[in-house]
Write a protein that binds this ligand. Structure first.
Ligand code: KG4
Ligand code: ZN
Length: 372
């Protein structure tokens, strides 16, 4: 990253953000007027329908769909914001981590726009976009603790600054959202799995099946969710072998047991992450969450209780800003631009890009999308 001098470092900064690292093509315009942030537009073209027949995101299909839709998405974001490129201060784009074909589609689009308009280009880490969102929505001060928990990510980070993150731990295999999606598949429930498992679990007994709480016996904040999927498969197969199929109640009990196990793991690891974070003596301690799994009421409820017990404020941005979007990329762009950090035309797309390079890389970190 190069450092600029004074361009746009005054009060009002308006940035176009572009996001295409997984299965959402997105563009947004965000304006920050001396500390007051405003999302002027946020357009997201999802690809769920394209991938549904395959039971997961197919990278080649995702890349092609991003390449087809990204220009339209940018046009729509500018139109909704009522702005043209010459009223912007810069262009921010997700430059990783993620499915590389999609990331390249976004980076090429942003490079073209920057070259054509003469605007500065900012390559943003997708995970930094998620991690900085609570500053856009709730004007949080640094340092705050962040739990990123979705179909592609699961990690605890202390957000110390726009470009400074300390990772406390993360999943060593699958992300919880992937495990929810797999569970739905095994139970014959529709995708995306999270909401359907959550509603199936409503009438279920979480104690009927004995699901493991992986890695709770080990110190630290690392997590594992792939064993839970296997445990669910075994429990389901045992019921099917015994009765020849699953009743609604079996489905509900399996869903409730699985969900309770995920919630318990996230709760205990959050307790540990909070005690590491509290040791920094933050003036106003906060745990913020982002990612689709944070929409789950059981998980959200247990995290709120953990926070209340630890006298830590719990912040969950609106769901549309918790899941993949480009407003978070534009906002992270504003934060970087204020620090004078801009990229040159040689900006490269990165499949992997850890938020905290000082920590050993996670083995999995979520297969669906971003890896770090
Ligand atoms: O953040 P997101 O939209 O996309 C990325 O993965 O980056 O998260 C989607 C994931 C999916 O795996 C979905 O099943 C899960 O979040 N999810 C949920 C719920 N809503 C979405 N998981 C559990 N409970 C939910 N209510
Ligand atoms: Zn994401």
């Amino acid at each position: 990253m190069a450092v600029t001098t004074d361009r746009g470092m005054g009060n009002t900064i308006t940035i176009l953000g572009v996001e295409s690292s997984c299965d959402d093509t997105a563009a947004a315009v965000v304006r920050d007027s001396g500390g007051r942030a405003e999302i002027l537009s946020s357009v997201v073209y999802g690809q769920t329908g394209l991938h549904a027949p395959f039971g997961g995101v197919v990278p080649e299909i995702a890349a092609r769909a991003h390449a087809e839709k990204i220009d339209l998405c940018v046009e729509e974001a500018l139109k909704t914001a009522g702005l043209s490129l010459d009223s912007l201060d810069a262009i921010a784009v997700t430059a990783g981590p993620g499915l590389i074909g999609g990331v390249i589609a976004g980076v090429m689009c942003a490079k073209g726009l920057a070259a054509g308009s003469g605007l500065p280009l900012l390559g943003i880490n997708h995970l930094a976009g998620h991690a900085l969102t609570p500053r856009l929505t709730d004007a949080l001060d640094f340092p705050y603790l962040m739990l990123l928990v979705s179909g592609g990510h699961c990690q605890f980070v202390i957000v110390e600054g726009p470009n400074s993150f300390s990772r406390l731990g993360g999943t060593i295999d699958d992300a919880p959202g992937e495990a929810f999606d797999k569970t739905a598949k095994l139970l014959g429930l529709p995708q995306p799995g999270g909401p359907s498992v959550e509603s199936a679990a409503l009438g279920g007994d979480p104690a009927r099946f004995d699901f493991p709480r992986p890695l709770l016996d080990r110190p630290g904040c690392d997590m594992s969710f792939s064993g839970l999927k296997t445990a669910l498969l075994r429990a389901r197969n045992a019921v099917v072998a015994e009765k020849g199929g699953l009743t609604e109640q079996d489905r509900a009990d399996l869903a409730a047991g699985f969900q309770a196990a995920v919630a318990d793991v996230l709760a205990e690891k959050s307790r540990r992450a909070i005690s590491e974070y509290i040791a920094l003596a933050p003036a106003q301690p906060v745990l913020a969450v982002a990612g689709g799994v944070a929409a789950n009421q059981t998980i959200r409820g247990i995290l709120e209780t953990v926070c209340t017990n630890a006298a830590v404020h719990f912040v969950a941005p609106p769901l549309a800003l918790c899941t993949d979007n480009a407003a978070m990329i534009a906002w992270a762009g504003i934060e970087h631009f204020r620090l004078g950090l801009v990229d040159e035309a040689e900006l490269v797309a990165r499949p992997r890009w850890p938020l905290d390079p000082s920590k050993r890389s996670l083995i999995g970190g979520g297969k669906k999308g971003a890896k770090a």
